[in-house]
Design a binder for this molecule. Structure first.
Ligand SMILES: [Zn+2]
Ligand SMILES: [Zn+2]
Length: 427
C-alpha cells in the first residue's frame, strides 16, 4: 500500500475505532508522548486526525450508538447563529428522525450532508412556527434536493379539527398550490407526498411509532394545548425531547433516568423585557407560563436525573449563558449542556459525548438514492401565451445556441426557446 493509502487506511481506522490518539509508524509520535505533554510530530503532508469536533459524513455510526444533532436551538426571533427548534436523531440501525422543524432549521439539516430520502420521518411536538415553520420548505423542495420518496409526518390532533396536523398539511397543499402545479412536471411526484399521522395530544405515554426496534411515545405538554413531548427508546437507550412545555408531572414521571434529556429552557423573564422589548406582564407570563424558566429547568433535571441534560430554546450567547447556567445551578448539579446549533451528542450505554459539528457551508444535494420517476409532461402546467410574446429575439438566439450544444452533447431533444413549452392556447 502506498503512503497515501496507508495514511487513509490509518485515518479510517481511527474514525471507525473512535480513537483519539494513535500513532502511525514514522508519522506521529506515540500516544504516550502526546499524553505526557511531550513534543508531538506533525506531518507536513498527512492529516492529524484529532477529532475534538464532528465532521459530518466522516464517522460511521456504531450499531449500538445514537447520534443527536441540534439543528435549531433558538427562539422564534430569527438569527443567523441559531435556528428555531429542531433535533435530528440518527440511530445505529440506520433510522433517522427529525423532531420539530422550526424556521431556519432545514438549512442546518442539509449542511450535514444526509440524502433527503433518508430523512423521511418528521415528528412535530406542536404547530408553532418556531417548531414547524421550515416543514413546508423541506417538503416542497424535497424533489429538487434529490428526494424520490414521500415524507411521513406525525403531529397532534387539533383542539379544533382545522387546527390539527392533517388540516395544517391540507392548508399547506392549498396555499402552495401554484408552487406545486408550476413545478409539477419537473419533479419526482413521489417526493411531494406527505403521509400524515395524527395522534391524541392528551394521551399519556402513548406509543405513536413502533418500527424496526424503535418506539416513540408522547406525553402531553403544558403549552397552550395540542402540544406534546416525545420519548424515543431504542436498543436500551432513551432520548426525551420536550418541544415546548412548562415543567409537568408527565415529564417528571416518564423521563426519569433517560440517557439524553433535551428540554426547553427560555431566558429568565427580566431578559424578555430587556432583549425582546416586551412589557413586564407579557414577559413574565410568556417566560414562566407554558415555558420553562432556567431555575425550573434545573429542578426538572434534579428530579428526573437523566444521564445528560440539555437546555435549549434560548439565545445562547456569551452574556446570556452565564445567567442561564447560574439559575439552573441553583437547583441542579448534574451533567449539563447549554445547546447551540450544531452541538452533537453521541449516546451509547457507556455515556454521552458532546462535540460541535463543523457543517458544510457549500452544500449541493446529495446523489439520488433511487431511480428517478419520469415527470408527467402530459399533465404539465400550461403557461400563459404572454410568456411567448415576451421572448426577445437576440437573447433567444443565444439561448438556442446553448440549447443546441447541450442537445448534441447529451442527446436531448429540447425545442428552441419556449416553443416546446405547453401553452394554454394549445390545449
Ligand atoms: Zn410553542
Ligand atoms: Zn417554541
Amino acid at each position: 500500500m502506498g503512503k497515501l493509502g496507508t495514511a487513509l487506511g490509518f485515518l479510517a481506522g481511527l474514525i471507525f475505532a473512535g480513537v483519539m490518539f494513535v500513532a502511525a509508524p514514522g508519522e506521529f509520535l506515540s500516544a504516550a508522548g502526546a499524553a505526557s505533554g511531550g513534543p508531538q510530530a506533525w506531518s507536513p503532508t498527512q492529516p492529524f486526525p484529532h477529532h475534538d469536533v464532528y465532521y459530518p459524513g466522516t464517522e460511521a455510526l456504531k450499531p449500538d450508538e445514537m447520534r443527536v444533532v441540534a439543528c435549531g436551538t433558538g427562539m422564534p426571533q430569527p438569527r443567523l447563529k441559531q435556528a428555531a427548534a429542531c433535533l435530528l436523531v440518527e440511530l445505529g440501525n440506520g433510522d433517522k428522525f427529525i423532531f420539530d422543524m422550526g424556521e431556519g432549521s432545514y438549512e442546518r439539516i442539509t449542511a450535514l450532508g444526509i440524502p433527503v430520502d433518508q430523512l423521511d420521518k418528521v415528528f412535530l411536538g406542536h404547530l408553532h412556527l418556531d417548531h414547524a415553520g421550515d416543514f413546508p420548505a423541506f417538503w416542497l423542495t424535497r424533489a429538487i434536493n434529490a428526494g424520490r420518496s414521500p415524507i411521513r409526518l406525525w403531529g397532534p390532533e387539533g383542539v379544533r379539527k382545522e387546527w390539527g396536523t392533517k388540516a395544517w398539511v391540507d392548508y399547506l397543499h392549498k396555499a402552495w398550490g401554484w408552487e406545486s402545479a408550476s413545478r409539477g412536471a419537473a419533479v419526482d411526484p413521489r417526493a411531494t407526498k406527505v403521509d400524515v399521522k395524527e395522534f391524541d395530544w392528551k394521551a399519556i405515554n402513548a406509543v405513536v411509532y413502533d418500527e424496526n426496534g424503535v418506539v416513540i411515545r408522547t406525553i402531553p405538554a403544558i403549552h397552550s394545548d395540542q402540544s406534546v413531548s416525545f420519548i424515543l427508546e431504542w436498543n436500551g437507550l432513551r432520548l426525551a425531547f420536550s418541544s415546548d412545555t412548562m415543567p409537568n408531572k408527565w415529564w417528571i414521571e416518564h423521563t426519569r433516568g433517560v440517557d439524553l434529556s433535551v428540554h426547553e429552557c427560555v431566558l429568565p423573564p427580566e431578559l424578555w423585557v430587556e432583549r425582546y422589548g416586551m412589557d413586564p406582564t407579557g414577559a413574565v407570563y410568556a417566560g414562566t407560563q407554558g415555558h420553562t424558566t432556567p431555575a425550573a429547568f434545573g429542578k426538572v433535571m434534579a428530579m428526573t436525573k437523566p444521564k445528560h441534560a440539555v437546555a435549549y430554546h434560548f439565545q445562547n450567547d456569551f452574556d446570556t449563558a452565564p445567567i442561564v447556567e447560574a439559575a439552573i445551578r441553583t437547583t441542579y448539579d448534574g451533567p449539563l449542556d447549554l445547546a447551540t446549533d450544531f452541538m452533537v451528542w453521541n449516546v451509547t450505554k457507556a455515556g454521552v459525548r458532546t462535540r460541535m459539528a463543523v457543517p458544510n457551508h457549500e452544500r449541493y444535494p446529495e446523489p439520488v438514492q433511487q431511480e428517478t420517476m419520469p415527470s408527467d409532461m402530459d399533465n404539465a402546467y400550461r403557461w400563459d401565451p404572454i410568456n411567448f410574446e415576451g421572448v426577445e429575439p437576440e437573447t433567444a438566439a443565444v439561448i438556442n445556441r446553448v440549447l443546441a450544444e447541450f442537445n448534441e452533447k447529451f442527446g436531448t431533444k429540447v425545442e428552441p426557446t419556449l416553443t416546446g413549452v405547453p401553452f394554454k392556447n394549445q390545449q
